[in-house]
Design a protein. Structure first.
Length: 490
C-alpha cells in the first residue's frame, strides 16, 4: 500500500516537473522588430570609443567639473547608496535558501500549587525535613513550590529546497540586482552627460551676456554720436529718441542674459553640492571640436545600452519568478531542531550532563487556498509578457533617439555653415550702414536695423553651436557609451 502511494506520488511529481515547472525563455525573434543592418543616416565619424568623450573638448574646467560630479554630487552619491540598497536586498532574499541558526538564552521562574493533589502534610513536610522551596498559606494550608530554570541552546530552522523554489527566488533576486546595477550605471552615465550639457549651456549664457554687452556698448556709441550731432542741430529729434530707445532695450536684454546665467550657475552648483551663489562659469568660448560618434550597427545597441541590458535581465528575473510561483504548489519541507542545556543552576548551564535536544521534520502541502497560488502564477506570467513588451518599447525608443539625433546632427552642420556666412554678411552690412549714415546717405533706422540683425545672427550662431554640442552628447548617450562605465561603490 505504501509503495503504491510513493510510486504514484513520484509519478505525479515527474509529470508536474516536466509540465508546469519549466520556466519560459526569452526569444528575441518574438519581439518582431525588424532591425536593419545599417542606420538610415550614414555615419560620418570614424570608429572611436565613447568612453572618455569629454577628453575631445580639451577643457580643463569641464574635466574638473565632471570630477566634482562623480565625487561631490548628491545625485551621484545617492546612486551609490541605491546600489548598496539593491545589493543587500538581493542578499536578504537569497539568504532564505540557507538554514537559520539562532543562539538563545532564557531564564524562567514558575510557582506550582499542590493543594489539589491530595498529598498529606506529613508526606509533603515530614518532621525534620529541610524544604527550601516550600511555602504555606496560614489560612488554607495551600502548598506552593518555586522553581527557577536556566537554558542555553541553538535553534535550527531550514526549509529544504528539494523543488528549487528558493533557488529560483535567489536567482531572480540576483537578476534584479544586476538589472538595477545597469539601470544605475546608465543613470550615472546620463547624469554626467546632462551635467556637461548644462555646463555648456552656462558657457553659452556667458557668451550671450558678453554679446549683449558688446551690443550695448555699440548702441551707446551710436547714441552719443547722434546726441552730439543733435545738439549741434545736425540730426533730428527722431534720431536721438530712436538711439535712446535702442540703448534702453539693450539694457533690458543685458539684464535678462545675466538672469539666465545666474540661474544656470546655481543649477551647476547644486549638482556639485556647493552653495548656490550664482557664480560658477568663467569662460565664454564654446568648443569647435566635438567628440566623435562611436561607429556601430543598430543591433549593437542591445549590448551597448545598459538600460537595454537591464530590460533583458528583468525578463530573465520574471522567468525565474514564474518557476518559483509554480513550485509553490508543491509540498514544503521544513527541518527544525534545537540543542542546548537546561538546568536549575546557572553555574551548570555549560555542563553537557544537562544537555537537551530535539529534531523535527514538517511537511505542508497546499490543498485549498481559493486559487491564490495559481493566480500568483498567472500574475508572474503576465509580468513576464509585459517585460518583453517593455524591452521592445525600449529598443524602439533607443533606435528612434539615435536616428533622430544623427539626422539632427547633419541638419545642424548645414545650419552652422549657413550662419557662418550670415554672420560675415551681417557684420559687413552693419559697418557699411554706419559709414553711409555718417555721410548722410542712409537713415538711423537702417543702422539700428542692421545692428539688431548682426546681433541676432551672432546670438543665433551661439545657440546653434551649443545645440550642436548638446545633440552630439545626447547621441553618445543614446548609443550607450561604454558598458564598462560603472558606479564605484566606495
Amino acid at each position: 500500500m505504501v509503495s503504491r502511494f510513493l510510486s504514484g506520488f513520484f509519478s505525479l511529481f515527474i509529470i508536474f516537473q516536466s509540465g508546469c515547472i519549466s520556466k519560459p525563455e526569452l526569444n528575441m525573434e518574438e519581439l518582431q522588430i525588424n532591425i536593419p543592418k545599417e542606420w538610415s543616416i550614414p555615419m560620418h565619424s570614424d570608429n572611436a570609443a565613447a568612453g572618455e568623450w569629454w577628453v575631445a573638448f580639451n577643457n580643463k574646467e569641464l574635466n574638473k567639473f565632471l570630477s566634482l560630479i562623480k565625487t561631490e554630487s548628491p545625485d551621484f552619491l545617492s546612486l551609490i547608496q541605491n546600489q548598496k540598497i539593491g545589493l543587500y536586498n538581493s542578499k536578504v532574499i537569497g539568504a532564505s535558501i540557507l538554514p537559520s541558526l539562532n543562539l538563545g538564552f532564557n531564564r524562567s521562574e514558575s510557582v506550582q500549587n499542590l493543594s489539589a493533589f491530595g498529598f498529606a502534610d506529613d508526606f509533603l513536610n515530614p518532621k525534620g525535613s529541610d524544604t527550601l522551596a516550600q511555602s504555606q498559606n496560614s489560612d488554607n494550608n495551600v502548598m506552593k513550590f518555586d522553581n527557577t530554570t536556566y537554558g542555553l541552546g541553538l535553534n535550527l530552522q531550514w526549509e529544504l529546497d528539494v523543488w528549487g523554489r528558493l533557488l529560483n527566488e535567489r536567482e531572480a533576486a540576483k537578476k534584479d540586482y544586476k538589472a538595477l546595477t545597469y539601470d544605475l550605471s546608465y543613470i550615472g552615465f546620463s547624469l554626467l552627460v546632462r551635467s556637461a550639457i548644462l555646463y555648456f549651456q552656462a558657457v553659452e549664457a556667458m557668451a550671450q551676456l558678453d554679446l549683449s554687452k558688446g551690443s550695448y556698448e555699440s548702441l551707446v556709441e551710436i547714441r552719443d554720436l547722434v546726441k552730439n550731432r543733435y545738439g549741434k542741430g545736425l540730426r533730428s529729434s527722431l534720431d536721438y529718441r530712436l538711439s535712446e530707445t535702442s540703448v534702453s532695450t539693450a539694457i533690458i536684454e543685458m539684464e535678462n542674459r545675466k538672469n539666465q546665467l545666474v540661474a544656470i550657475n546655481r543649477q551647476l552648483q547644486l549638482l556639485t553640492g556647493e552653495y548656490p551663489s550664482g557664480h560658477f562659469i568663467k569662460e565664454n568660448k564654446l568648443p569647435k571640436y566635438l567628440p566623435p560618434i562611436p561607429l556601430s550597427i543598430p543591433a549593437a545597441i542591445i549590448d551597448r545600452r545598459p538600460d537595454i541590458r537591464s530590460l533583458i535581465l528583468k525578463i530573465e528575473s520574471n522567468s525565474h519568478r514564474i518557476a518559483q510561483a509554480k513550485r509553490n504548489l508543491l509540498p514544503g519541507i521544513m527541518l527544525t531542531g534545537s540543542m542546548g542545556t537546561s538546568t536549575p543552576d546557572l553555574e551548570e548551564i555549560l555542563n553537557e550532563d544537562f544537555g537537551v535536544w530535539n529534531l523535527g521534520l514538517g511537511v505542508t502541502s497546499p490543498i485549498f487556498n481559493g486559487q491564490r497560488l495559481r493566480s500568483a502564477i498567472k500574475i508572474q506570467e503576465a509580468s513576464f509578457e509585459k517585460s518583453k513588451q517593455d524591452l521592445k518599447k525600449g529598443l524602439l525608443q533607443a533606435f528612434s533617439e539615435i536616428e533622430q539625433y544623427m539626422y539632427y546632427d547633419q541638419s545642424l552642420i548645414v545650419q552652422m555653415n549657413a550662419l557662418e556666412s550670415a554672420v560675415e554678411q551681417s557684420r559687413d552690412a552693419y559697418n557699411l550702414s554706419k559709414e553711409r549714415y555718417d555721410k548722410g546717405v542712409t537713415t538711423l533706422e537702417s543702422v539700428l536695423n542692421s545692428q539688431r540683425q548682426y546681433n541676432s545672427i551672432q546670438s543665433q550662431y551661439l545657440f546653434l553651436q551649443r545645440q550642436s554640442i548638446e545633440n552630439r552628447l545626447s547621441l553618445i548617450l543614446a548609443m550607450g557609451g561604454d558598458l564598462n562605465f560603472t558606479i564605484k561603490n566606495n
